[in-house]
Design a protein around this ligand. Structure first.
Ligand code: GMT
Length: 375
């Protein structure tokens, strides 16, 4: 099929999922058109059946806010007409579902019908979309989508609880492509970051409040008193500066490495022993799944969709949000027992296998086919 994908082209989970989905669809022979304001970070190759159309928003001094939705709708209308796109798939409701709805309306005037699939990712529902300033428009555009998908059962429940939704919501979990993971690769150079006797603990996020970065640091602070360890912090965001300050105050600068954003997280995860995700809320926790695919057990909170991904006592451990004592105890339990750690690494990898793209991609293809049939 010919599919247009709209997403945030950044390091955030929704953009990563949308990009990996587009790449996988193209590998299956579909023609994929990314329509966004920048080339998505994980999209390295533009090929015969992967296209990228940049949305330009010209600056004009009259506008305090530049009208991105307008530019996106126009670009979508032009792209859909020019390439004969059959399905429009928008990731993250705000403002993409809204712009998508306008696109549909404009095209309808010209006798063109395009089905729109909206995939909800989390903060578009739980944090941002739920804000009274956005709620009416978000409710409207979700209800006007032809198909609505959510990345976890938890997010589906939240969406139905927070909004007046008239549409059926199909749960299609996030995924990883296990073919891409080369365990034991020569590129996996653990010695660059830690001594032989040190364990490596990793956290990856956008360093927003919701990720509870102070918990990450406190867990590590207490763990490294018992077991020699390094903490690798990957990502950028508003809480990073404060995190760096805390690390310095605690005298941990030698043991905590801030790596910034990276599009090669597998090369970091491949030598990690444990992954920390103590988030306040998380509709899925893609970074936890990526860790598990790299055989890294996860110490996380039990909020939102995380328990659907990180299975307690199998791929890692779950604790109540903010229960740092329990997270420290769970981390030490694994790090102190080499055989148990090895068992959890293997189990994490096996659980991640259920989220392999080969299981998930057909679900999206089915949704596209159905939506196209109803048009
Ligand atoms: O985690 C973030 O703040 C980024 C956000 C995004 O929109 O990219 O992530 C959300 O979508 C991801 C992909 O579906 C999920 O794995 C994350 O759990 C979800 N984040 C939250 O719910 C906080």
């Amino acid at each position: 099929m010919k599919v247009a994908i709209v997403c945030y082209p950044t390091f955030g989970g929704s953009g990563v999922v949308a990009t990996e989905l587009g790449i996988a669809l193209a590998q299956r022979g579909h023609e994929v058109h990314f329509v966004t304001y920048k080339q998505p970070v994980r999209l390295e190759l533009i090929s015969n059946n992967i296209h990228f159309h940049e949305v330009h928003v010209p600056e004009y001094p009259l506008f305090h806010y530049q009208p991105y939705e307008l530019a996106l709708s126009s670009k979508l209308v032009d792209t859909i007409k020019m390439y004969g796109i059959e399905v429009l798939h928008v990731h993250y409701a705000i403002p993409h579902a809204y712009a998508g709805y306008m696109t549909k309306k404009i095209l309808k005037e010209e006798g063109i019908y395009i089905p729109m699939i909206t995939t909800l990712h989390g903060t578009d529902i739980t944090l941002v979309g739920n804000h009274p300033f956005y709620k009416s428009a978000v409710t409207f555009s979700i209800n006007k989508s032809d198909v609505v998908t959510a990345v976890s059962e938890s997010l589906k429940r939240d969406t139905l609880a927070f909004f007046d939704i008239k549409k059926e919501i199909t749960v299609i979990p996030n995924f990883v492509d296990r073919r891409k993971y080369d365990h034991g690769s020569k590129d996996c150079k653990r010695s660059l970051l830690a001594r032989e006797d040190e364990k490596i603990i990793t956290h990856i996020s956008n360093f927003r409040k919701v990720k509870r970065i102070p918990d990450v640091i406190e867990i590590f602070h207490r763990v490294q008193k018992e077991v020699p360890a390094k903490l690798i912090m990957v990502g950028e965001g508003p809480e990073k500066e404060h995190a760096e300050f805390t690390v310095e105050q605690l005298g941990l600068s030698e043991k905590v490495i801030f790596l910034g954003n990276s599009s090669e997280i597998d090369r970091i995860l491949c030598y990690s022993d444990l992954f920390l995700l103590p988030s306040e809320t998380e509709s899925f926790g893609l970074s936890a799944l990526e860790a598990m695919t790299n055989k890294v057990p996860v110490i996380s909170s039990n909020t939102g969709g995380i328990p659907e991904v990180n299975i307690h006592g199998v791929s890692g451990f779950l604790s109540a949000v903010g229960d740092v004592d329990d997270m420290v105890a769970n981390a030490l339990r694994l790090l102190r027992d080499e055989a148990l750690l090895e068992k959890f690494k293997q189990q994490a990898f096996e659980v991640a296998g259920t989220f392999d793209i080969h299981n998930i991609l057909p679900m999206y293809e089915e949704v596209y086919r159905e939506a196209y049939k109803w048009r």
